[in-house]
Design a protein. Structure first.
Ligand SMILES: [Zn+2]
Length: 318
């Protein structure tokens, strides 16, 4: 805009009504990325008023702090804002969250994301793990029909931790059943039905008890459990009232009656491993976060950063 035109604009502004002034202020506020994010977060409270402390819906506005609306709960008398009790609580630089989440969907490593979004490595780390808290817990609670189960293994890692208590894993060692007794491989069980409902869990052990603890009560009775030849699954199927189709992969029996196989879960594992390679080994401490991250991307249709942001607006389980 030329300086002359701008001066005209300023003069015109003098003729605005009070309501138009307010609208103009709002317009500028919401084009600012930080304000835009705040407005998006606060919309949740407007749509569904709820106190994060006692879940009462009887709340009132209680002043602003740092441009963020505070609320007072009339039931428990505690105050809160739109992010209280969510993974977003007390995180700064709101204007960059959505870009950061987009970067996560592009599987950016921590350091790359820090550089690209001009944040510190510490912030990059904090954000990533905050944004993964809820995804880590979002797994199928109920599976039915033809249900495939198998385990996969991840090298134990204390990456990022200063002290090393355990020996680092040997390179080139084959993953698989041989690894079951080794303490430097972490077993992960994945269970997936043909409706793509997916459940996975880090196992304390691959014993009958270890596996059963994770799947008990999660699979509809009389469903068909497909597993490899691992003996523990015989008992597990029995305990859960499931029909068992046991494949014998080493004998070349990969499919029974054309439909019973574990190829979906194995394909899932191979996608997971491929994706995990981006990160050159993840700390075992955060393995559940990475499992959740991948599970969410793999099982959500048209997943994008807005959906990831929406997840963050849920209250954390306490
Ligand atoms: Zn309350």
């Amino acid at each position: 805009m030329t300086p002359a035109k701008f001066n005209h604009l300023l003069q015109d502004l003098d003729h605005l009504t009070e309501e138009q002034v307010q609208r103009l202020i709002l317009h500028f506020q919401t084009t600012d990325p930080e304000q835009k994010m705040i407005a998006a977060l606060e919309q949740r409270i407007i749509d569904k008023p709820e106190c994060p402390h006692c879940h009462s819906g009887v709340i009132k506005r209680n002043g602003k702090k740092d441009n963020i609306q505070r609320y007072l709960c009339k039931n428990c008398l505690k105050t809160f804002s739109a992010t209280t009790g969510t993974p977003l609580a007390r995180l700064r630089h709101k204007a960059k969250w959505l870009d950061y989440m987009e970067g996560m969907l592009g599987s950016k490593v921590l350091r790359q994301a820090a550089t690209d979004y001009n944040i510190s490595l510490g912030t990059s780390f904090r954000w990533r793990h905050r944004f993964l808290q809820l995804p880590a817990e979002m797994k199928a609670k109920w599976l039915e029909g033809i249900v495939e189960a198998d385990e996969t293994f991840f090298a134990y890692s204390e990456k990022g931790s200063k002290k090393l208590n355990r020996k680092p894993h040997k390179r080139g060692k084959h993953m698989g059943k041989q690894g079951r007794s080794k303490e430097d491989w972490i077993p992960v069980l994945t269970v997936r039905d043909r409706g793509k409902h997916t459940f996975d869990s880090i196992l304390d052990s691959t014993s009958i008890k270890g596996i059963n603890e994770q799947i008990a009560g999660k699979i509809e009775e009389d469903s068909v459990l497909c597993s490899d030849g691992y003996k523990s699954y015989i008992q597990i199927a029995k305990k859960n009232g499931l029909i068992h189709k046991r494949l014998n992969l080493s004998a070349g029996i990969r499919v029974i009656d054309k439909v019973f196989h574990i190829q979906n879960v194995n394909a899932y594992h191979s996608r997971l491993k491929n994706w995990m390679n981006n990160f050159h080994g993840v700390a075992t401490k955060y393995l559940d976060h990475y499992l959740g991250w991948f599970r969410l991307m793999d099982t959500t249709e048209n997943f994008n950063e807005n959906k990831l942001l929406l997840i963050q607006q849920h209250l954390r389980a306490t």
